[in-house]
Design a protein around this ligand. Structure first.
Ligand SMILES: C[S@@+](CC[C@H](N)C(=O)[O-])C[C@H]1O[C@@H](n2cnc3c(N)ncnc32)[C@H](O)[C@@H]1O
Length: 275
């Protein structure tokens, strides 16, 4: 199926407006590929027909469905394992030291996709910090703008392929059980994570201040304006002394030209702290 330049522009401005995600000129094929399932579901013949349907009703559910189809939800358990090592060996112990008097720890996975990232953090807390955080108030918030992906994450159900990506066998046996066609995560882990729909580009997002924010592999898909907006929000929601962890390819010096964060290196992982 071909896509007229006019329709391509319409779709990519819709995506940018809703999520801050960008599509460059070479991504026409991706739009065609990723909207195919939506067209079938809605019994529409073409993307032009889809646009004709949604144009008179800005804000209708199909706008969201288009944005959801176009963003990248790629994730896995313990993605970039050396990050989780550094979080375990350096980041959490430092936060625990800092918050010893309040006995409270707040962690936010701010673009959590189908849940592997927050559940990896939940496993790490149970496996390595159960004793030192006994009697602490632990809040683990996980969010994404996409309603379907948040519903999926909240269900704690994973396919064979998802479960075999990055999850060590002992943790699989300890925390997952096989039901008919999926792997179901243990209720103890599911109850540790609060899943919410949050669009990071929404104005004046209000949340309690966080000790650790994972903002991994989401800013790379955005251009400068939404990146800066999100980093301003993240800065406001970060507890002094807390850490922001970005994805491997996301370097801060381009993301944060105003220098409102300082970089801290732990091994091969760099994170951000408030200046
Ligand atoms: C590539 S996944 C990264 C998942 C996980 N953080 C990781 O590193 O494995 C990017 C996620 O960001 C979400 N996302 C994109 N734009 C967003 C926005 N404006 N607000 C919240 N989430 C967004 C997408 O829905 C997607 O699930």
């Amino acid at each position: 199926m071909s896509l007229s330049p006019h329709s391509f522009d319409y779709i990519r401005s819709l995506l940018h407006e809703r999520t801050g995600n960008m599509l460059d000129d070479s991504k026409e094929y991706l739009v065609v590929q990723r909207l195919d399932a939506l067209l079938r579901r809605e019994a529409l013949e073409s993307i032009d027909e889809l646009i004709t349907r949604i144009r008179p009703t800005p804000g209708c559910r199909l706008h969201d469905a288009i944005a959801e189809s176009l963003v990248t939800h790629e994730t896995s358990f313990f993605r970039d394992p050396h990050y989780f090592e550094q979080i375990r060996e350096n980041v959490i112990p430092r936060i625990v030291e800092l918050r010893r008097d309040q006995r409270s720890l707040r962690i936010w996975c701010a673009a959590c996709s189908s849940g592997q990232e927050p559940f990896s953090i939940a496993m790490l807390l149970r496996e390595y910090f159960a004793l030192s955080l006994r009697d602490w108030k632990i809040q683990l918030l996980a969010s994404d703008f996409s309603r379907p992906i948040i519903c999926r994450a909240r269900s704690g159900r994973f396919t064979d392929i998802e479960i075999d990506r990055g999850l060590p066998a002992p943790l699989k046996h300890q925390y997952f059980t096989r039901d008919a066609s999926h792997w179901q995560i243990d209720a103890r882990l599911r109850e540790m994570v609060e899943f919410r729909e949050i669009n990071l580009i929404q104005p004046s997002l209000e949340l309690p201040r966080m000790d650790l924010i994972l903002l991994r592999n989401v800013l790379i898909y955005m251009d400068e304006e939404p990146r800066h907006k999100i980093l301003r929000t993240i800065r406001r929601l970060l507890h002094p002394g807390g850490y922001v962890v970005l994805g491997g390819p996301e370097t801060t010096h381009k993301l944060d030209p105003s220098g409102s964060f300082r970089r801290v290196e732990f091994g091969r992982m760099s994170c951000l702290q408030i200046e």
